[in-house]
Design a protein around this ligand. Sequence first.
Ligand SMILES: [Zn+2]
Length: 401
Amino acid sequence: MAGITNIIFVICHLKGYFPATTMRQPKLICLLSLLTMTLLTQCDSPKETDDSSESKEFYTMEDFQAVKKYDAHVHLWKEFDTLFLDQALADNFALVNVSVYSSPTRSPESQDNFSLQLLDKYPKDLAFISTFSLEGFNESDWTEKTLSYLQAAIDKGAVGVKVWKNIGLELKNKDDEFVMIDDKAFEPIVKILIDNNIPLLGHLGEPKNTWLPIEEMTVKGDRDYFSENPKYHMYLHPEYPDYDAQMAARDRLLEINPNLNFVGAHLGSLEWSVDELAKRLDKYPNMSVDLAERISHLQHQAVTNWLGVHDFLVKYQDRIIYGTDLRTSASDITGTTSDEIKNHAHEVWLRHWRFFVTDDEMEVPKVTRKFKGMKLPSSVVDKIYRTNAEKWFPRLNQKPI
Ligand SMILES: [Zn+2]
């Protein structure tokens, strides 16, 4: 720009556009020249700076492969599922494989052992979150057995421990009452986690939609899922503890354990309102959330409240961890061949990247209306996709991707 200013000045000077008096005063010409250059440079340079910093400040679709990322919530349970891992390597993701105790037929041991086998092969690209069995919960030796299992899992490298919605919606005590997560029985488990600085990943409760009639549910994904799975549709089952009871038990756990690192899976089951979630994050500094299988709920809110969602993601940029809940048994996977499974993961990951880094107008399968991407600054994207996972699961730091 300074060069152009000089040329303009010289042309003006030669053409006599400056008053003759200045022609006779070289020092003044020099000063005017400098002043003109400075003014023009000042007028033009912010635009130049904006243009150049924009390419650094924001990622584009082209940056997807180059940026190192975690998908901090996937489920690989058998050899076939490792297709996701193949695609993750191609797309520059490391995966956190989450064990979950949903029934005695798939034991925590079998899931953790599968993760450990994968870890041997892919030590830099995988980590695992363990869990514990609820079988024999009402027997006197359950606590001792559980603690020794968890200590062994921690010793083998688990980066976290997961609890699932069966606590609150299925498990019952000796008096046939539902057991919630703030039950005294879980205190020794919480203590071992705090002592070892291991976070608790809590999928507690369900989306609020679960307690609503199908026609009042916000996202298409939930309307489809609960139409097909009425046994999980809590609106039809008033005998179970309701949504507020699930949230209240989780909140009490956080309140009485301020030193527990807690990661609320699935946006902490507060997926329906960024404002409600913000209130919990304000109240409980020990809480973060993962995005697994709930990005569609942010997108749904973005249809009518783009700014609210955007500002939430910016304000709580240190508390949000990217994850997808990818699993080959998911209902939204239509294909069965290796290529179809890998393509599914690639498309999900790319679609989310588009949502967070661009301001493209988007349509996605689980949301009925169009919405605009968030176009978050790259510094925020880096936190959501990588550094927050390392911060909230400190053991990931021991083997950075
Ligand atoms: Zn999951």
